[in-house]
Design a protein around this ligand. Structure first.
Ligand SMILES: NC(=O)c1ccc[n+]([C@@H]2O[C@H](COP(=O)([O-])OP(=O)(O)OC[C@H]3O[C@@H](n4cnc5c(N)ncnc54)[C@H](OP(=O)(O)O)[C@@H]3O)[C@@H](O)[C@H]2O)c1
Length: 244
């Protein structure tokens, strides 16, 4: 991984939340290789086994208090990437029809996809570097775009990512008042070969199913390009803006 360009300085400190996931782990690995990244703080429910992380932080269970404690333990940060997300679990999958909706599953999906990233932003945005470029990025999904919804289905996942996009926009407006060199953005990583997409890969053309390392490097290209003009927006892995 070459150095992170686009206005980032030297000795960068970076935090990746959800570092144990497919894309999260690939991001940690790439970032740890960048010559101008001094420290990658990797935050995960499961901890990191890899030696790549310079200073791994383990968070056993995300709550208001543990997220606040993690943020307090970190220095000023140049780049935060939050990768938390869920699409399916042992006992549930994305809804094909309104008949599949259940309160318990909707609550779980919103908890992971919307509420936890929002609480992470609440605690981490005040920790961002103020006097030079800083970026807070949360992994969203193209299916969270309301105008792009032509197929229907996947109610909770779509709606939780749409709600995340609104949280990103709202956080971006407030953050810009004091942090003039910052961007708060959402990122769509493409369809990536991870545990999250595994059950849904059969209809995906081979060239459209990305390796996590490829996706991570394209996402970091986008992070390099954004600044205050782009704050509040959602971008795909190729830099194209995704409209709400
Ligand atoms: N893969 C795709 O095709 C695709 C497409 C569009 C968008 N995305 C988005 O990209 C992001 C990363 O997904 P991925 O493909 O890397 O999937 P993944 O391998 O399943 O990783 C999911 C991540 O979410 C965290 N997570 C899951 N359940 C959680 C819970 N109950 N509480 C707290 N954290 C939880 C995990 O963190 P730990 O480190 O703590 O385990 C992990 O980092 C997600 O936001 C996803 O919606 C993925």
């Amino acid at each position: 991984m070459p150095r992170l360009e686009g206005g980032f300085g030297e000795n960068m400190k970076v935090a990746v939340f959800g570092a144990g996931g497919g894309i999260g782990a690939a991001l940690v690995e790439s970032l740890a290789d960048a010559p101008n990244v001094e420290t990658v703080f990797a935050i995960s429910r499961r901890g990191m086994n890899g030696a790549q992380c310079v200073a791994p932080v383990r968070c056993v269970d995300y709550t208001d208090d543990t997220i606040e404690a993690i943020a307090k333990s970190l220095p000023e940060i140049d780049l935060v990437i939050c990768t938390l997300g869920v699409l399916h679990g042992d006992s549930f999958g994305p809804e094909k029809s309104r008949r599949d909706l259940s309160l318990e599953n909707m609550q779980h999906v919103f908890h992971v996809n919307t509420f936890l990233p929002t609480l992470i932003a609440k605690q981490m945005l005040p920790k961002m570097k103020k006097n030079s470029k800083s970026v807070f990025a949360a992994l969203s999904a193209r299916v969270g775009s309301i105008s792009d919804n032509r197929l229907g289905g996947w109610y909770s996942y779509r709606a939780s990512k749409a709600a995340l996009n609104m949280m990103i926009k709202t956080m971006a407006i407030e953050h810009a008042r004091r942090f003039k060199n910052s961007a708060v953005i959402g990122l769509h990583p493409g369809t990536v070969d991870t545990a999250l997409s595994k059950p849904f890969q059969s209809g995906v053309a081979k060239e459209k199913l990305f390796d996590p390392d490829f996706s991570a490097s394209r996402l970091l290209d986008v992070v390099e390009k954004v600044g205050p003009m782009e704050t509040g927006k959602i971008f795909a892995w190729d830099g194209q803006e995704i409209l709400p």
